[in-house]
Design a protein around this ligand. Structure first.
Ligand code: PGA
Length: 225
């Protein structure tokens, strides 16, 4: 059986102390649960702001927590004179995954297909598993992208989750076009709708924004899929 992949996207949220509090509370929930079903058979990836990666890695290591870390962006360049950028080699010190092509980056930071292609190449070069976000099966999908997320803008942060039939249709289209099998859905996934969304046969997992910011909500969500 393939593991379900659940990716938390914290976006631009939380300070160091808030992040530690989140991990502590998550651990309490986990230790309270008898069967560990929240994390069993799942690949759980928390994508944090760069500033929080070191402290999260320390907490995870010290507590032997079965959680992986990811970043929410990567420089399209190698190390060097690129003010403000964080490159793949730096990210790999702390993380195994990277989100690329999120609609918020495309919109607010003018990321186009050419830049996204370069970012995918950098992720590959440094052994980071890329989580590539698209709006539809017609979007550009780089050959080397590892995990593809269908995340329609209308569903992001709105509570308007896409319907299971359409999710199945879009993911099938992506699968036919690219041959890729690790396909996620993202957009207003929460503890109340994840069970139903998990029944969509093409879905290998989820990208979760808002519902991942509260450790209890996130833990409940994990327990239901
Ligand atoms: P949301 O965000 O779960 O708050 O809709 C998802 C995302 O943008 O990754």
């Amino acid at each position: 059986m393939n593991k379900k992949i659940i990716v938390a996207n914290w976006k631009s949220n939380k300070t160091e102390s808030e992040a530690i509090e989140w991990f502590k509370e998550f651990l309490v929930s986990l230790n309270r649960s008898t069967d560990q079903s929240a994390i069993k058979d799942k690949e759980i990836v928390i994508c944090l702001p760069f500033t929080l990666l070191p402290v999260a890695k320390k907490f995870i290591t010290e507590n032997s927590l079965l959680i992986k870390l990811g970043s929410q962006d990567i420089s399209p360049f190698d190390e060097g004179a690129y003010t403000g950028e964080v490159d793949g080699r730096q990210i790999k010190e702390f993380a195994d995954y990277v989100i690329i092509g999120h609609s918020e980056r495309r919109k607010n930071f003018s990321e186009n297909d050419e830049i996204l292609q370069k970012k995918i190449e950098m992720a590959k070069k440094y052994g980071l598993t890329s989580i590539f976000c698209v709006q539809s099966e017609n979007d550009f999908i780089p050959n080397d992208a590892n995990i593809i997320v269908y995340e329609p803008v209308f569903a992001i942060g709105t509570g308007n989750v896409d319907n299971p039939e359409n999710i199945q249709k879009v993911l099938s289209g992506i699968n036919q076009k690219t041959g890729k099998g690790l396909l996620l859905y993202g957009g207003s996934v929460d503890e109340n709708n994840i069970k139903k969304l998990s029944e969509v046969s093409m879905v290998s997992g989820f990208l979760v924004g808002t519902a991942s910011l509260d450790p209890k909500s996130f833990f409940n969500l994990l327990s239901k899929c």
